[in-house]
Design a protein around this ligand. Sequence first.
Ligand code: IPM
Ligand code: MN
Length: 353
Amino acid sequence: MSKSYQIAVIGGDGTGPEVAREGVKVLEAAAAKFGFTLNFEDYDFGGERYLRTGEVLPDSASEEMRKHDAIFLGAIGHPDVKPGILEKGILLRLRFELDQYINLRPVKLFPGVECPLKDKGPEHIDYVVVRENTGDLYTGTGGFTLKGTPNEVAIQSSVYNRFQVDRCLKFAFEYTRKRNKKNTLALCGKTNVLTYVYDLWERAFHEMGEKDYADIRRDYYHVDATCMWMVKNPEWFDVIVTGNMFGDIITDLGAITQGGMGIAAGGNINPEGVSMFEPIGGSAPKYTGKNVINPLAAICAGAMMLEQLGEEAAAKAIEATVMDVTANKLKSLAAGKMGYTTTEVGDLVASAL
Ligand code: IPM
Ligand code: MN
């Protein structure tokens, strides 16, 4: 009997629904070709719904999401809603409530894609960032005292416990082993200043590596140096593991080195639960409804989703097809400059599959 998967689709805001639609188109083509079924169910979470109803996310949302095998997300962020409300109330809330403790972000330069780094090509840029996705400055630990006075104090703490660090490291070591490329895992931290949090990370990293992953080489870089090497010598990297805040920052840098937000995809993964896959580019409000935004990031997010679901052959086929499209068809990855519309790019990938 062929396998069947229940997928929740959150198109979200701005160009989110447009790119999600192309992602779904390609996923359907892959399902037909590789002999499995995807049942998509749409959810209207996002800025429009919030402005209409005053509710950011229904309390039942996580329960509802848990009934699915995976979540496919377009983008969250609306120009008429104050920054932070939707991001925290939808994206971060789902990540936390579904305990998607890994944010997996491949940095891979596809053939034919213009790279802002001098003399670097696809053979130099192919690594993966494992960003811890539940702790750090994102826990909301902190607050104000004397708010609004000249003596106002604001505190926001980086918070990690050993359990969070260990489960993230275990995922990263296993992922590095399975990837089997350079068999090198680099910890990105700041042990020279953040002498509590990254001390914990560093001890846990070496303890686990020594005990269970003798086959995996361990490197360590401070986060500032990581940024430098991601530009100067990206070919050094295989898998990078880091905390939530550094992971957020370095993956935007990584994304721009792989051709920008039109191509960068990520997965919010709970290896024991429901995971959520998204293009990491945001809702690009100014391009909404124009059919010019690049859907390849969403399409690549779809491929990551299939890999997580265990449909690895289909995932690989989508990636290979996207590579063919970047190498031989698109003039640029930038919105409006692709030489094709959003829907045409989706058609190109779906029909080539
Ligand atoms: C990302 C985004 C989010 C984050 C924002 C929108 C809350 O920047 O997915 O990288 O900081 O994690
Ligand atoms: Mn980010």
